[in-house]
Design a protein around this ligand. Structure first.
Ligand code: ATP
Length: 236
């Protein structure tokens, strides 16, 4: 399922943050959105999910204009979001969090047991901890729950915000390879990451956001080889 963002503009009150965000996630593509702190990456994902209104531009999901669609309806159309900070229900168990993920989409609820099986195959660690309260998990495990919960709604396109934040290099690897596997199973991924090198290595296509505008794009490899990208984002 193709997601197309055309010249998105968005603001917090009077402060405009997105000026011209144009990018495409082709069906089944893995796309990385990189940029400095404050460039507007999180805001872009929030706008696509409908958590903040658009000031201008247009968003199409499989050709359908979703720009003014309520957030819950976008989920029904196949858009998934793994928010920054995970936002789990800490007093609920892992499995309860996952089941909530299926509840948000009618089509997903009917097949939740099969999806739960697939999600536990993807993250065996979560099956081991399915009865544990999610607030007591490690940061990496919580990130797995957040991704798994979004998967329970059977998204066609998954928006993922900074999944490696606060994780050890080892757990970052686990989370990234799970995302790659999810993508291999046919889910389009739009990944926002501070971990530029690793996300470009994973990405089929990547976009660079500066001050709310997409200023560069290319294959993940092309951007890894781009001297300006290297200097701005890989020189550490
Ligand atoms: P980071 O990696 O730091 O999250 P980002 O590229 O995701 O960076 P955004 O979080 O989208 O950037 O923020 C873009 C700009 O919008 C920043 O200048 C930020 O201060 C501002 N901003 C973000 N959230 C709000 C908010 N709720 N109210 C007002 N301004 C905000």
């Amino acid at each position: 399922m193709k997601l197309e963002l055309r010249s998105l503009q968005a603001a917090y009150g009077k402060i405009q943050v997105l000026w011209d965000v144009t990018l495409t996630v082709e069906a089944g593509q893995f796309v990385a959105l990189i940029g400095a702190n404050g460039a507007g990456k999180t805001t872009t994902l929030r706008a696509v999910s409908g958590l903040i209104p658009l000031k201008g531009g247009q968003m199409l999901l499989e050709g359908q204009d979703i720009s003014r669609m309520p957030s819950a309806q976008r989920v029904q159309q196949g858009l998934g979001h793994v928010p920054e900070g995970r936002q789990l229900f800490p007093g609920m168990t892992v499995q309860e969090n996952l089941e909530l993920g299926a509840q948000v989409r009618t089509a997903a609820w009917q097949v939740k047991d099969q999806t739960l099986r697939r999600v536990y195959d993807l993250f065996p660690r979560l099956e081991e901890r399915k009865s544990q309260l999610s607030g007591t998990l490690s940061g990496g495990e919580q990130q797995m729950v957040a991704i798994a919960r979004a998967m329970m709604a059977l998204p066609k396109v998954l928006l993922v915000d900074e999944p490696s934040l606060g994780l050890s290099p080892l757990l970052t690897k686990v989370v990234f390879s799970a995302l790659k596997e999810i993508n291999r199973q046919g889910v389009g991924v739009l990944l926002v990451e501070q971990n530029v090198r690793q996300s470009l290595q994973l990405a089929d296509q990547a976009y660079v956001l500066e001050n709310g505008q997409v200023v560069r794009s290319g294959s993940g490899q092309a951007l890894l080889d781009d001297p300006e990208v290297q200097q701005a984002y890989l020189a550490f």
